[in-house]
Design a protein around this ligand. Structure first.
Ligand SMILES: [Zn+2]
Ligand SMILES: [Zn+2]
Length: 390
């Protein structure tokens, strides 16, 4: 973005709402009610002022002090396809490159310095992207989960617009892409449970519990859909959560589209103030079990400060929850390659900082009976945990 300080980029934030044929598609969605998209399970309203205040107050460890040890990548790393047929490169936050059964997909590509409509204001990256945009290997498709700035990046999309043959997005998100220079013919918009096939590869938009909107004055809230993605090749299956609170649909996704060799689950940016739009680490493990997931890779952490929790807390809590539930997790550095077939054990590359355990800040998504959470995870606090202030 090349905008003046303090001014929101109209190009980035002020994309038009869907019109014509695209609007008709939205109106036919079961999730479309009275002019906006809604979740299946309602979400508890979030106090924006309370949330902002808490975020600004933050805590002393909400962002790293030193450099995060990224693994530099280049196009050469992708000349040779993964031996097992499935590999993921976590590029920071939710941005991930998936190589699956001979195809390459890029999820929620964000290369900008900030997840924000402003050039000099808003959450700033903790680390530079481990792979330069110009070093991306040829892609079969870009998948987008929803239109929030930390997932849908104007500058990145504009640069990929003519280089990637296909953009698969939830309903309504296509209007942003067209506005930023992506040809209509390259965009496929899907409702939950709808699929798009690339020969043998099947991309299915899956339900999520979240919200949408890019306006700094909260205009056009929820006018585009949010989704997760099930990606099924001839041999492997991957699930990407997008952003979501815990919801019963994870079990249905697991039933209909699982099991998954690999899940990329949102693990950070949680807070008890907004328990229905982000899961938190313990519920992410629960969701993974509902999905019938194999290897769990946390995303949506380690790159932007979007909540007041410590920046390492999501993975500290995840390590505890995963161990207790018997779930296998990988926690790659940004840029590290993970091949589920060859994965051995977590290497601790992040510093040991104070963090709050589940007993101090439990995230419990509302509206779910305990019977709907078929997990053994109960969330006890480990004795080794460095608690608040310690
Ligand atoms: Zn979001
Ligand atoms: Zn997000």
């Amino acid at each position: 973005m090349t905008k003046k300080k303090g001014k929101a980029s109209r190009a980035a934030s002020g994309a038009p709402r869907a019109t014509g044929e695209r609007l008709e598609l939205l109106k036919r969605s079961p999730q479309w009610r009275g002019g906006t998209f809604v979740n299946t399970l309602p979400k508890r309203p979030v106090s924006v002022s309370k949330a902002l205040l808490k975020l600004l107050r933050g805590n002393g460890h909400a962002q790293p002090v030193g450099a995060i040890p990224i693994v530099e990548r280049s196009a050469d790393d992708y000349v040779q396809a993964p031996e097992s047929g499935l590999r993921v490169t976590w590029l920071g936050h939710s941005t991930s490159l998936i190589e699956i059964d001979g195809r390459r997909l890029l999820l929620d590509p964000v290369w900008s310095e900030r997840a924000s409509p402003f050039a000099r204001l808003g959450p700033k990256r903790f680390h530079r992207p481990p792979l330069a945009l110009g070093q991306l290997p040829a892609l079969d498709a870009v998948l987008i989960s929803h239109d929030h700035y930390d997932h849908l990046d104007h500058r990145t999309i504009a640069q990929l617009a003519t280089k990637v043959p296909l953009f698969v997005v939830p309903l309504g998100v296509g209007a942003h892409l067209v506005h930023w220079g992506v040809a209509k013919e390259r965009i496929v918009e899907l409702d939950w449970w709808q699929e798009h096939k690339l020969d043998e590869l099947v991309l299915t938009a899956t339900p999520a519990r979240h919200f949408s909107g890019r306006s700094v004055v909260m205009a056009n809230q929820d006018s585009t859909l949010w989704a997760g993605w099930a990606i099924a090749g001839h041999t492997h299956r991957v699930f990407f959560s997008g952003d979501s609170g815990l919801c019963p649909e994870f079990a249905e996704i697991g039933e209909r589209l699982g099991p998954f060799d690999l899940t990329l689950m949102e693990t950070g940016a949680y807070d008890p103030l907004w328990p229905d739009v982000h899961m938190g680490p313990e519920q992410a493990i629960t969701a993974h079990q509902m999905l019938r997931g194999g290897l769990f890779v946390p995303v949506h952490w380690g790159t932007f400060k979007l909540a007041s929790h410590g920046w390492t807390e999501p993975v500290e809590r995840l390590m505890v929850a995963a161990k207790e539930a018997g779930v296998v997790i990988a926690v790659p550095r940004p840029g590290a390659l993970v091949e589920p077939a060859n994965f051995t054990e977590v290497e601790r590359w992040w510093p040991l900082l104070p963090w709050q355990g589940v007993d101090e800040t439990r995230i419990t998504s509302t509206g779910l009976d305990s019977e709907e959470q078929p997990t053994s995870y109960t969330g006890t606090r480990p004795s080794a945990c460095l608690g608040k202030g310690s």
